[in-house]
Design a protein around this ligand. Structure first.
Ligand code: NI
Length: 135
């Protein structure tokens, strides 16, 4: 078993705001991310897949094909979008955790079709904060 990773990038806006809570509670919990008029992040996405090395190619999967799938099915849907308003199927709270799970659910069947197994979604929201999801 060997693991390979493709890095992609997208920018998106969001806010984290629980409408069931007071403004004070939202601000205390989410800080700047609760800003009513949105804010943006530069997301770095690392998609790791695992599998056996194909003896004909020396690859687990062709990273060019994996990049195309990520771009078509993930970054085209998320890039320059408002994650709260523009993205069908996104959970109400578009936290890094929920965005990572959203991306996993899209890519998991696509990676299977490529003959490999999705191992990890690693999503950086800032240089300091990232989430890892293993399904
Ligand atoms: Ni934020």
């Amino acid at each position: 078993m060997i693991y390979i990773t493709r890095k992609e990038h997208f920018n998106a806006a969001h806010k984290l705001f629980n409408p069931a809570w007071s403004e004070e509670q939202n601000n205390a919990t989410f800080g700047k991310c609760a800003n009513k008029n949105w804010h943006g992040h530069n997301y770095d996405l690392y998609v790791t897949v695992k599998g056996a090395v194909n003896p004909d190619t020396g690859f687990v999967v062709n990273l060019k094909d994996l990049s195309t799938v990520i771009k078509t099915d993930v970054t085209e849907i998320l890039d320059h979008k408002n994650l709260n308003m523009d993205v069908k199927g996104m959970p109400v709270m578009p936290s890094t955790e929920n965005v990572a799970i959203f991306i996993w659910n899209i890519l998991n069947p696509k990676v299977k079709e490529m003959g490999a197994v999705l191992h990890r979604i690693k999503l950086y929201e800032t240089d300091s904060n990232y989430v890892e999801y293993f399904g």
